[in-house]
Design a binder for this molecule. Structure first.
Ligand SMILES: Cc1cc2nc3c(=O)[nH]c(=O)nc-3n(C[C@H](O)[C@H](O)[C@H](O)COP(=O)(O)O)c2cc1C
Length: 175
């Protein structure tokens, strides 16, 4: 009881029909049923990061978000690229994790899926290195929209294989 692993998914896009959200959802099929896979859908509820609010009584949603990540054995971040960088909503969410050191040595896998995406990918890896997350599994999917079905599934065999390997890697990391 309570010993199952927990993997938390974070999406860098918060729009309703986001292909990133759909992709994150589609990873469920590669994750063993014994693992609890929770996609956190509250990034848009986090206030803009402000160090003055970052104390023991941090905003309620920040506490919910940090508590969920504290429970996680691993985190999968899937994001598009916005203006050659990490979307603001995701960057904001990461800024809330600096003082709490929530991602310190935590296994984090990164999937950047965009038209190009290499700038956001590199920037996100740099952000995660500042947070001292343990990033061993990464995947850059350029031209993502051409490889996605309407349901947000990847039809491309090579991408599917890479996603399976990434999911297997993050679920086994630190075993
Ligand atoms: C404001 C904005 C800026 C964007 N900038 C880039 C960019 O710099 N590089 C890129 O590859 N795609 C860029 N895109 C395209 C998105 O990354 C792409 O549409 C992505 O699939 C959106 O993800 P979503 O479907 O999960 O919302 C941008 C899109 C928007 C709306």
């Amino acid at each position: 009881m309570g010993t199952n692993k927990v993997i938390v998914g974070l999406s860098g896009s918060i729009r309703d029909q986001s292909s990133t959200k759909k992709s994150l959802n589609s990873l469920r099929r590669y994750i063993s049923e014994e693992i609890e896979y929770i996609i956190y859908d509250g990034l848009q509820k986090l206030p803009h990061f402000n160090p003055e609010l970052d104390n023991e009584e941090a905003p309620a949603e920040v506490q919910v978000y940090r508590a969920l990540l504290d429970r996680a054995d691993g985190v999968i971040i899937c994001t598009p690229e916005y203006i050659k960088g990490v979307p603001g909503v995701l960057k904001n969410a990461l800024e809330w994790l600096v003082s709490s050191a929530t991602l310190y040595q935590k296994p984090v896998a990164v999937i950047t899926a965009s038209g190009g995406g290499e700038h956001a990918h590199q920037a996100l890896l740099l952000n995660l290195s500042m947070l001292e997350a343990s990033v061993e599994h990464t995947l850059l999917i350029s031209g993502a929209n051409n490889k996605l079905t309407e349901d947000g599934e990847y039809a491309n065999d090579e991408v599917v294989q890479s996603l399976k390997e990434l999911v297997a890697g993050i679920t086994l990391q630190n075993n």
